[in-house]
Design a protein around this ligand. Structure first.
Ligand code: GLU
Length: 803
């Protein structure tokens, strides 16, 4: 028995039937059709599918087709939501489908002759839109005339077994055409696939029989009673002929015919669709080894969408938000502007849409969203605002300051972003601080002032000590009397303080260091004062020219740590969801505050701005509209940086065919700098009212200088003092060595003696010359004998001043 039509009557008994050796089926196997359907669902990324079937037999059949494939998807943990609806009454079912907006991908398993009626009802229900995609399981979709239903942009797809586009052997094509000579619109039991399969079956039998007869001289036929159960009645040649089926292979009307164990082991399916002009188009093909292959190029798809767009008026839903969408309710003379009149809607987004419409040669109408919001999810799963309108097919595009975020991307699609921004803080510009009496102290921070005073004291004392130790700082106080045997030191403690303050104040003084060590101290101190005073002077100029304003908050962290200044955002918007879902401690804290004080939320930006102006309120809004508001209201300012980074896009219903073409146009406008020009136009970049304030704000960045800025100069000072200390020790030791020889005592006792004198900080600044013969104006005193003589002459001085 050769079976040419599908026999799905009982899936459970299928195995038993196939067990029957004498049965040959040229109809494709159910599990392979299932695989083809599954590949289609995967290729088109269908995640939410509605399956419509007829009768319990239909359910068994369609479940067998779908489930075997979907089990595989579930095994791979791919989330897929399949809902089965039985069609008892096409009208009723489609009415229900109209109200259930979530299902746009529909697999329909109905009798081929009911497809046209099904589409007719669907068209009346308004569910044949470009967002709906119907996949019919009938393999005869290409044979019925349903082209008229696709003019509205609906996608109708199906598999076809018969190669209607490929090349067929001439004789086969003739047979097929003759058997299908019935008007296409009147679908009857004489269908394309069935005809093709009957022809293929007969040919298959003929070829198998020929193969059996080949080489046989004698062929005996006998009449058999088909009702008989007895094996004695079986035809002896039957087994041999049956075996010949496996050896026969040929290209039939329904594709390559190859029989393996009574089943058709190989076949091709053509994936066809009805285009928007009602013609059948080949989308791709499927076979067992390669799966589904889409042959239609991206370019072709875009061209078709473009064609569809040209014949359509898009419904664009907008939300008022300056300067994206401005609703002009009255004209210059105070008369109301009608809803559909030109000039009722203006703004950046309208200009952009006009450019897109010009580029794609489309027309559009504008609808103002009734609740004035972008949209948020309600507890029952529906959405409000522009997003809700897209989901219920009340609009084709949503335009304005629509932020792209994760939650929304699950229910609608977005084009590529046309602008990027982040959340920022709008706050009232504080009044300028009153002038301060001690504002001259502000250029340097307190640490620097403290370090400077400390350095001053330390360097003065250090200079004094070094000068006492250094032999070169002792000089003859009576230059006219070179014979004087008394030397004195200019750097008393008081003089040292005077010397350092003189150079710090850039005035200098009459004292001059003579020893290398003290000169080094003076040098590094001068350098230190040079840097410090120049920095102070430069910063003082900046501080005196700016108007200082003390802002109580500098960023979001400051906001979160206080409750005096309230803060909030637009209710239900993307900023609201950002704080609601944030896991960052600062933002979580802010959300806790906001959710406990619901009065901080506003419905429109205008209300938020009015709240900010009235004081003690910070409004969290997106940086792009914020900057526009700054150019309009000079008393407002932006505080801190952006808290996140995201973009604005045009919203379209899920799977909208227009998304890619709109995205391409946005990219093109951006590359041609059309969007930049529009930004400059609407954001008044060149002639903002608040330019002067902005400039003053820019210069108000003068900051106090602190240790991080000037710490290096202290390090330099310290290094210089250390070097001076080393030199001073050397000077001291060398001199002690010379004196020890003159005094005829050991170096150590000489050092001890001289140390004793030097460390008497409050001691006299004069001493006997004999200790420092080489610094006395009387060079002859270097002579040892002379020194001894002078020592004998002036014992009293030595006694009181040194020993
Ligand atoms: N652009 C936001 C939205 O699409 C509205 C403003 C806001 O949340 O700050 O929801």
């Amino acid at each position: 028995m050769i079976q040419s039509t599908p026999d799905f009557s009982s899936i459970r008994s299928e195995a038993e039937e196939y067990m029957s050796r004498m049965k040959i089926s040229v109809f494709p196997e159910v599990d392979m059709l299932s695989q083809a359907l599954l590949d289609f669902v995967r290729e088109f990324s269908w995640k939410k599918i509605l399956v419509l079937y007829q009768g319990s037999e239909g359910l068994v059949r369609i479940k067998a087709v779908i489930n075997s494939g979907f089990y595989e998807l579930q095994r791979k943990r791919e989330k897929i939501d399949v809902l089965y609806w039985e069609i008892n009454d096409i009208e009723k079912t489609l009415k229900e489908l109209r109200t259930n907006v979530n299902y746009k991908h529909i697999i329909v398993d109905i009798q081929t002759d009911q497809i046209a009626y099904f589409l007719d009802v669907a068209a009346r229900m308004g569910i044949l839109t470009s967002y709906h995609h119907y996949m019919f399981t009938s393999l005869d979709l290409a044979a019925i005339n349903i082209g008229g239903y696709t003019l509205g942009g609906v996608n109708i797809t199906g598999y076809s077994l018969v190669n209607t586009t490929g090349r067929l052997p001439q004789n086969l094509r003739r047979q097929w055409v003759e058997s299908s000579l019935r008007p296409r619109a009147q679908v009857s039991s004489m269908l394309l696939t069935r005809n093709a399969l009957v022809i293929d079956s007969v040919r298959l039998f003929a070829l198998a029989l020929n193969a059996y007869l080949d080489g046989l001289s004698d062929f005996e036929t006998k009449s058999i009673n088909c009702q008989s159960k007895s094996s004695d009645e079986a035809w002896d040649a039957g087994d041999s002929i049956y075996n010949q089926f496996s050896s026969v292979q040929y290209e039939g009307l329904s594709g390559p015919i190859r029989i393996d164990k009574g089943r058709r082991s190989d076949f091709h399916l053509n994936l066809i669709e009805y285009d928007n002009e009602g013609n059948v188009q080949l989308l791709g093909y499927w076979n067992k080894s390669n799966g589904l292959n889409i042959t239609k190029s991206e370019d072709q798809i875009l061209k078709e969408v473009q064609k569809e767009l040209n014949n359509k008026t898009l419904r664009v839903v907008v939300k008022e938000e300056h300067p994206f969408i401005i609703v002009n309710r009255y004209d210059d003379s105070g008369n109301p502007i009608p809803e559909d009149a030109k000039g009722r809607y203006t703004g950046y987004a309208i200009d952009m849409m006009d450019e897109i419409a010009k580029g794609l040669n489309i027309t559009y109408t504008t609808i103002l969203v009734p609740d004035g919001s972008s949209g948020r999810e309600l507890p029952n799963g529906t959405w409000t605002g522009m997003i809700g309108m897209l989901m219920t097919n009340k609009a084709d595009l949503a335009l304005g300051d629509l932020t792209i975020n994760f939650e929304r991307s699950k229910v609608i699609d977005f084009t590529k972003p046309f602008m990027s921004m982040g959340i920022s803080i709008l706050f009232k510009r504080p009044e300028p601080d009153p002038p301060k009496l001690f504002s001259f102290l502000e250029p340097l921070d307190n640490n620097i002032w403290a370090c400077m005073i400390g350095s001053y004291a330390f360097v003065s004392v250090f200079l004094f000590c070094t000068a006492r130790f250094s032999p070169y700082e002792w000089k003859n106080p009576h230059p006219c009397n070179p014979e004087s045997d008394i030397v004195e030191n200019d750097f008393t403690l008081l003089n040292s303080f005077w010397f350092t303050i003189g150079s710090l104040m850039q005035q200098g003084c009459e004292l001059a260091p003579k020893a290398s060590s003290t000169r080094l101290i003076a040098g590094v101190w001068w350098f230190f004062t040079l840097i410090l005073i120049s920095s102070y002077t430069a910063n003082l100029a900046a501080f005196l020219t700016i108007t200082r304003m003390s802002t109580p908050i500098q960023n979001a962290d400051d906001l979160s740590k206080q409750t005096t200044i309230k803060y909030g955002c637009q209710y239900g918007g993307s900023t609201y969801s950002f704080f609601e879902n944030s896991k960052i401690p600062t933002y979580e804290k802010m959300w806790n505050f906001m959710s406990q004080n619901p009065d901080v939320f506003v419905n429109t930006s205008d209300v938020g701005i009015a709240k900010v102006k009235s004081g003690k309120y910070a409004y969290l809004m997106e940086s792009i509209p914020l900057r526009y508001q700054l150019s309009q209201h000079c008393e407002l300012m932006e505080v801190g940086g952006e808290l996140d980074s995201k973009g604005y896009g045009i919203g379209v219903p899920r799977e909208s065919p227009y998304r890619d073409i709109l995205s391409n146009e946005i990219l093109s406008l951006s590359e041609r700098q059309v969007l930049l020009n529009l930004y400059n136009k609407w954001w008044n970049v060149d002639n903002t009212k608040c330019k002067v304030e902005d400039d003053s704000k820019a210069s108000s960045t003068a900051a106090q200088l602190g240790l991080p800025n000037l710490g290096g100069v202290f390090v330099f000072l310290l290094a210089g003092l250390l070097l001076a200390f080393v030199i001073a020790i050397l000077e001291f030791v060398i001199n002690a060595f010379i004196n020890s020889r003159a005094d005829k005592q050991t170096l150590w006792s000489e050092i001890r003696e001289e140390c004793m004198f030097a460390i008497k900080c409050w001691g006299p600044s004069e001493k006997s010359v004999n200790k420092y013969p080489h610094v006395n104006g009387n060079a002859g005193a270097e002579d040892l004998d002379d020194l001894e003589a002078s020592q004998a002459l002036k014992p009293s001085v030595m006694d009181t001043s040194f020993r």
